[in-house]
Design a protein around this ligand. Structure first.
Ligand SMILES: [Zn+2]
Length: 506
């Protein structure tokens, strides 16, 4: 009995010792968990002729450059007007940069634009490409009256500039032009060549805009240092952070749309149905249920882990402990992230059922039913592997799985965070927005940058426009009451100026 008690006491001591060591390791790792933020000297904010700049931006929002999937609906004249607006608003850009237009790349509507600002020391450094698109998504007719100001009013009030495109993506397209116009006026000449592409069809895939431009660059053997497109931004409401964070996209997810068709031999009367999984609609239900229970594998090391590494040191103590000790806490972090739509999307290839069709009459069992699944593919997976997972999960169900033409592979690799280009971006953000924390992430939607990435034109590809958005503002993108704060647009212009200076000063 005494021996048993001694053994128990020894075990307790070992356990206590183990626990102490564990706590010591956790605390040690947390204390030496480094901040990844670059300390920068505050930069004197350049004076801007604010009203003129805001008025030009507002005017760009009045031009209805709407992309429709049906080409016949597209108002070509509006796109021509936009080009005229650029010419009239940014004369120095048009005098000093060479400009190619759509027809140079085989787009008969002649709408996309590629500007080239010749560098002084072309051989010293590879060119960079800044991207924006000036097409916008249509306004949903039923919601048009819900806009505080008309979607194409271009209204400027004390706080905001209102209109479709104020965020996505005329802010970037027009803001870049503004920054270059100002740099030329100040006598700045870039050391390296800068390309600026303004796509006209990003919202419908970019196949006539940036795709042909990318192909043309490939044919000219142009190799870029980096590409900067939309995709990330500054978000005010990131859980766990007190202040705003700037998210720079270092890769993007791909997508594929699948059609799943369940067929049964015989139709029948709905008064005598076979067991549910043997009806066409029942089989689809079974398929969906299985996919819910067997999602694609979550992998924190394909993007999200790096985001946490950058944010961790800026978070509260408990969160810092977890992120500084990922060897222990990764399963917990994954479980937490998994509970939110964005976290889930950042961790894995996702499956979204978007259309279900089948059946003709309320009392007839159909012989066939179809379900559309939209998959968003995490870098590291491929279109093929994403489909294979679905086939494996559903293999004993009588379902035909067909991949539609709606598909695009994910980024082949994530761009570096350990290079001059990322540092210049990081630095420029911290100078214009000193209170903002910078972090890389994987963009869950698609961008035109993917065309350049697919053709291996650039060493690195980043996705970031410095709009500052809160949770509520995210709904405004493609939604109602799209708007950008006046100060945010002015800072955006300053940001592009700063970035060009950093990237292109000799
Ligand atoms: Zn966009």
């Amino acid at each position: 009995m005494r021996r048993a008690r001694g053994f128990f006491r020894a075990m307790t001591r070992v356990a206590m010792l183990g626990l102490t060591v564990l706590v010591a390791v956790l605390v040690y790792n947390t204390l030496r968990f480094p901040s990844r933020q670059i300390d920068v000297e505050p930069v004197a904010m350049s004076e801007l002729p604010e009203q003129q700049i805001l008025d030009r931006f507002a005017e760009s929002l009045t031009i209805k450059t709407i992309s429709y999937p049906t080409p016949a609906r597209i108002d070509s004249e509006a796109f021509d007007r936009f080009k005229q607006f650029l010419e009239a608003s940014f004369p120095l850009v048009h005098e000093n940069l060479s400009r190619m237009t759509g027809t140079d790349f085989g787009d008969e509507r002649n709408q996309s634009l590629l500007f080239k600002w010749q560098g002084l020391e072309e051989s010293a450094a590879k060119p960079i490409l800044l991207m924006g698109h000036y097409d916008v998504v249509p306004i949903e007719t039923a919601s048009i009256d819900n806009w505080t100001n008309g979607p194409f009013s271009g209204k400027v009030d004390e706080q905001y500039v209102w209109g479709r495109g104020a965020i996505d993506n005329k802010a970037a397209a027009v803001g870049m032009m503004e920054a270059i116009e100002r740099l030329i006026a100040a006598g700045f000449q870039p050391s390296r060549t800068i390309y600026v592409s303004l796509g006209h069809d990003e919202e419908i895939g970019g196949t006539r805009g940036n795709r042909p431009i990318a192909e043309w660059m490939k044919s000219q053997r142009i190799q870029l240092e980096y590409v900067l497109d939309e995709g990330g931004g500054i978000f005010n409401d990131f859980a766990g952070l007190d202040g705003p964070a700037a998210f720079i996209g270092i890769g993007e997810k791909g997508f594929v749309t699948l059609e799943l068709t369940a067929k049964v031999e015989e139709a029948g009367h709905s008064s005598m149905p076979p067991p549910l999984p043997q009806t066409a609609i029942g089989i689809l239900g079974e398929a969906l249920d299985r996919l819910h229970h067997s999602p694609h594998r979550a992998d924190i090391d394909r993007g999200m882990g790096m985001t946490l590494e950058y944010l961790g040191s800026e978070m509260s103590w408990m969160q810092r402990v977890a992120i500084a000790n990922r060897w222990l806490f990764d399963p917990l972090l994954i479980r937490q992230l998994d509970n939110t739509p964005l976290g889930n999307a950042a961790l894995r290839t996702t499956i979204a059922p978007t259309i279900v069709e089948g059946g003709v009459k309320d009392n007839v069992l159909p012989t066939q039913a179809t379900m559309t699944l939209n998959l968003r593919i995490l870098p590291g997976d491929s279109i093929e592997s994403a489909i294979k997972h679905i086939e494996d999960v559903l293999k004993d169900l009588s379902i035909d799985i067909v991949a539609t033409a709606m598909q695009r592979p994910p980024s082949k690799r994530l761009s570096s965070t350990d290079c001059d280009a990322f540092e210049q971006l990081h630095r420029s953000i911290r100078q214009i927005y000193p209170s903002v924390v910078v972090a890389p992430f994987v963009v869950v939607a698609g961008t035109d940058a993917s065309h350049y990435e697919e053709l291996d034109l650039a060493k690195e590809t980043y996705r970031f426009v410095p709009w500052r958005l809160g949770k509520e503002d995210l709904k405004r993108i493609h939604g109602i009451d799209e708007r950008l704060a006046r100060d945010d647009y002015l800072d955006l212009v300053r940001f592009y100026e700063q970035l060009i200076r950093y990237s292109c000063e000799s």
